[in-house]
Ligand binder design. Structure first.
Ligand code: ZN
Length: 114
């Protein structure tokens, strides 16, 4: 779950109205938010990256709220679809390099179709 304003993580249950500790706003709503760790690759190699929000939803071809509401059978069907579609789907990723302690991290800032 995340704050519907700043999208920072919260442990509040879905649709809960709360005060966000990250953005300090009152009366925000807890909503599902995608965060997906992936390996991005091209001819030069692979690098780990993180997709957030609408970028993750675009690659997954599914909204966070829909993912949240799937039952186990629906999750398995979706994972099977992803396993076949992802081997043939290409995207252009716009990334930002972030230094975190002793390692570099790639955050995806944009996703375009090829
Ligand atoms: Zn917030």
């Amino acid at each position: 779950m995340s704050c519907n304003i700043c999208h920072k993580k919260t442990y509040e249950p879905i649709s809960t109205i709360f005060t966000c500790e990250s953005c300090q706003r009152k009366n925000v709503t807890a909503e599902p938010w995608c965060c997906v760790r992936v390996e991005l690759g091209d001819a030069t190699g692979d690098l780990p990256a993180t997709l957030f929000g609408r970028h993750a939803e675009k690659v997954l071809a599914c909204e966070a709220k829909a993912l949240f509401n799937l039952d186990i059978e629906g999750q398995l069907d979706l994972m099977e679809r992803w396993s076949t579609e992802w081997t043939i789907t290409e995207f252009i990723f716009h990334v930002k390099v972030a230094q975190r302690r002793n390692s570099l991290r790639l955050d995806v800032m944009g996703v375009d179709d090829v």
